[in-house]
Design a protein. Structure first.
Length: 289
């Protein structure tokens, strides 16, 4: 189990966020999600990533309460879904998220997808920030065009953009656009959900063999050394430990270059500009108020 303290990232509004967190996508069953989050907190994670559309904010809230940890020791992120877009709906959905999370504040609140009235959503989030209901606000899945447009036309620049980011899609070309506004890059799918046989990738395995680490640990360590925030997910306690145990070794320049070369620069999860994909996402509904 990791003994080194988890590094932190200072966001563009001064809020400090753990660089490694625990994601709970696709853990819809309440008992399983609560158990997983309790395990993650016991293992040492202090940052949790949920969303209204995951329909598991309540389980995350229950696990936080049951952990006995002071609220301020946990950093919790949630996201406003497309079906709650627009100023009024987003506002009441934020109240719903607070209630389900059993908290009077959210550490980081993101616009989940750049669809629907996300400008209205962002205004509601700016208001929640000014009211102390949220400590930082940002976006997710905003490719540079929409990201820059939003960042230029809102009061508060996004603190974070949570994007698909892993060794096979490293966001190299897009990242300067986010950095321009001081926006931190947070990776979703840091293990590419195992796509492209990440867990047996020869380059990652060979690098890992030198340090006694798995391909998964090398893939995560690479992102950490690139100053990217990561939120790997697993429901298995030993994998939660494995994914956190990446602080006691350092990849050298040659390792970093070898892993940089794995980048294909394209999504493994679907094209956001594809109208069928947009229609599919827009058809999903989330927990509301
Ligand atoms: P991930 O890349 O973290 O992969 C998770 C999967 O990899 C697990 O389900 C498990 O099957 C496997 N795994 C995990 N650790 C392993 C290990 N050490 N060895 C072998 N297999 C292992 O994928 P993810 O869950 O999609 O992404 C992480 C988090 O990012 C999510 O839980 C969620 O919080 C967030 N997310 C956000 C968005 C978004 O649109 N903003 C989209 C997807 C995910």
């Amino acid at each position: 189990m990791a003994t080194e303290p988890v590094p932190t990232v200072t966001l563009n509004n001064g809020v400090v966020m753990p660089q490694i967190g625990f994601g709970v996508y696709q853990i819809p069953d309440s008992d399983q999600c609560e158990r997983a989050v309790r395990d993650a907190l016991e293992v040492g994670y202090r940052s949790l990533d949920t969303a209204q559309v995951y329909r598991n904010e309540a389980a995350v809230g229950a696990a936080m309460a049951a952990s006995g940890l002071p609220r301020e020791e946990i950093f919790v992120t949630t996201k406003v879904w497309i079906s709650n877009a627009g100023e009024e709906r987003a506002s009441s959905s934020i109240e719903g998220s607070l209630r389900r999370l059993r908290s009077d504040y959210i550490d980081l609140l993101l616009v989940h997808q750049p669809f629907g009235d996300y400008y209205g959503t962002y205004r509601a989030m700016e208001r929640a920030l000014s009211e102390g209901k949220v400590r930082a606000i940002g976006v997710s899945n905003f490719f540079p065009g929409r990201f820059v447009d939003l960042a230029e036309h809102v009061e508060i620049p996004p603190a974070v953009n949570q994007m698909e980011t892993h060794v096979f899609n490293q966001q190299k070309a897009n990242r300067p656009w986010y950095s321009k506004y001081g926006t931190a890059l947070e990776s979703w799918g840091p293990l590419a959900e195992g796509k492209n046989n990440l867990f047996t990738n020869e380059t990652l395995a060979a690098v890992g063999a030198k340090y006694g680490k798995t391909a998964a640990q090398v893939a995560l360590r690479y992102l950490v050394q690139r100053d990217i925030i990561i939120i790997p997910k697993s429901v298995h306690r030993e994998r939660m430990e494995e994914n956190l145990d990446i602080l006691s070794f350092k990849l050298n320049v040659a390792d970093m270059e070898a892993i940089a070369a794995l980048d294909g620069g394209v999504s493994l999860f679907g094209d956001h500009e594809n109208p069928e994909f947009a229609a599919m996402l827009s058809g999903l509904t989330a927990d509301a108020d």
